[in-house]
Design a protein around this ligand. Structure first.
Ligand SMILES: [Zn+2]
Length: 87
Protein backbone atom coordinates (compact mmCIF):
# COMPACT_ATOMS: atom_id res chain seq x y z
CA UNK A 1 0.00 0.00 0.00
CA UNK A 2 1.43 3.34 -1.05
CA UNK A 3 0.81 6.44 1.04
CA UNK A 4 -0.94 9.13 -0.95
CA UNK A 5 0.88 12.40 -1.38
CA UNK A 6 -1.40 15.13 -0.21
CA UNK A 7 0.92 17.86 -1.38
CA UNK A 8 -0.65 20.05 -4.03
CA UNK A 9 1.18 19.28 -7.21
CA UNK A 10 1.79 22.00 -9.73
CA UNK A 11 2.98 20.89 -13.12
CA UNK A 12 4.14 24.40 -13.95
CA UNK A 13 6.36 24.50 -10.91
CA UNK A 14 7.91 21.16 -11.73
CA UNK A 15 8.46 22.32 -15.29
CA UNK A 16 10.19 25.44 -13.96
CA UNK A 17 12.35 23.39 -11.62
CA UNK A 18 13.64 21.49 -14.61
CA UNK A 19 13.83 24.18 -17.28
CA UNK A 20 14.07 27.29 -15.14
CA UNK A 21 11.60 30.06 -14.55
CA UNK A 22 10.57 32.37 -17.34
CA UNK A 23 10.93 35.57 -15.39
CA UNK A 24 9.57 38.87 -16.61
CA UNK A 25 9.94 42.18 -14.81
CA UNK A 26 6.76 42.96 -12.93
CA UNK A 27 7.97 46.06 -11.17
CA UNK A 28 10.93 48.43 -11.27
CA UNK A 29 11.87 49.12 -7.67
CA UNK A 30 14.98 51.15 -8.48
CA UNK A 31 17.27 51.35 -11.49
CA UNK A 32 19.06 48.25 -10.27
CA UNK A 33 16.42 46.34 -8.36
CA UNK A 34 13.43 44.79 -10.05
CA UNK A 35 10.71 42.41 -9.09
CA UNK A 36 10.03 39.51 -11.42
CA UNK A 37 7.17 37.18 -12.04
CA UNK A 38 7.43 33.83 -13.77
CA UNK A 39 5.19 33.70 -16.82
CA UNK A 40 4.66 29.99 -16.32
CA UNK A 41 4.13 29.30 -12.64
CA UNK A 42 3.63 32.81 -11.30
CA UNK A 43 6.42 32.65 -8.74
CA UNK A 44 7.67 36.07 -7.68
CA UNK A 45 11.36 36.85 -7.42
CA UNK A 46 13.35 39.97 -6.69
CA UNK A 47 16.85 41.34 -7.06
CA UNK A 48 18.55 41.72 -3.73
CA UNK A 49 20.97 44.42 -2.60
CA UNK A 50 23.92 42.08 -3.01
CA UNK A 51 23.16 41.20 -6.60
CA UNK A 52 21.34 37.91 -6.21
CA UNK A 53 17.86 36.94 -7.22
CA UNK A 54 15.75 35.61 -4.39
CA UNK A 55 12.18 34.52 -3.78
CA UNK A 56 10.04 37.57 -3.13
CA UNK A 57 9.10 37.10 0.50
CA UNK A 58 6.90 39.54 2.46
CA UNK A 59 10.12 40.80 4.03
CA UNK A 60 11.62 41.57 0.61
CA UNK A 61 8.36 43.20 -0.46
CA UNK A 62 8.58 45.49 2.53
CA UNK A 63 12.21 46.35 1.77
CA UNK A 64 11.41 46.98 -1.89
CA UNK A 65 8.47 49.23 -1.04
CA UNK A 66 10.76 51.27 1.16
CA UNK A 67 13.47 51.40 -1.53
CA UNK A 68 10.91 52.38 -4.16
CA UNK A 69 9.58 55.32 -2.17
CA UNK A 70 13.12 56.45 -1.36
CA UNK A 71 14.13 56.12 -5.00
CA UNK A 72 11.02 57.96 -6.20
CA UNK A 73 11.73 60.92 -3.93
CA UNK A 74 15.30 61.16 -5.17
CA UNK A 75 14.16 60.89 -8.76
CA UNK A 76 11.64 63.70 -8.41
CA UNK A 77 14.18 65.97 -6.80
CA UNK A 78 16.78 65.39 -9.47
CA UNK A 79 14.60 66.57 -12.38
CA UNK A 80 15.46 63.94 -14.90
CA UNK A 81 15.99 64.71 -18.51
CA UNK A 82 13.68 62.10 -19.89
CA UNK A 83 12.52 63.99 -22.92
CA UNK A 84 13.87 62.12 -25.86
CA UNK A 85 13.16 63.26 -29.36
CA UNK A 86 11.17 60.58 -31.07
CA UNK A 87 11.54 61.71 -34.61
ZN1 LIG B 1 8.25 29.39 -12.90
Amino acid sequence: MKPQTSKSFSFAEVFCNIFGHQLKVSKNVTNHIHEYECAKCGIEMTDTANGFIARLTPKFKETNAYLASFHERRRQRRQQRTFVKAS
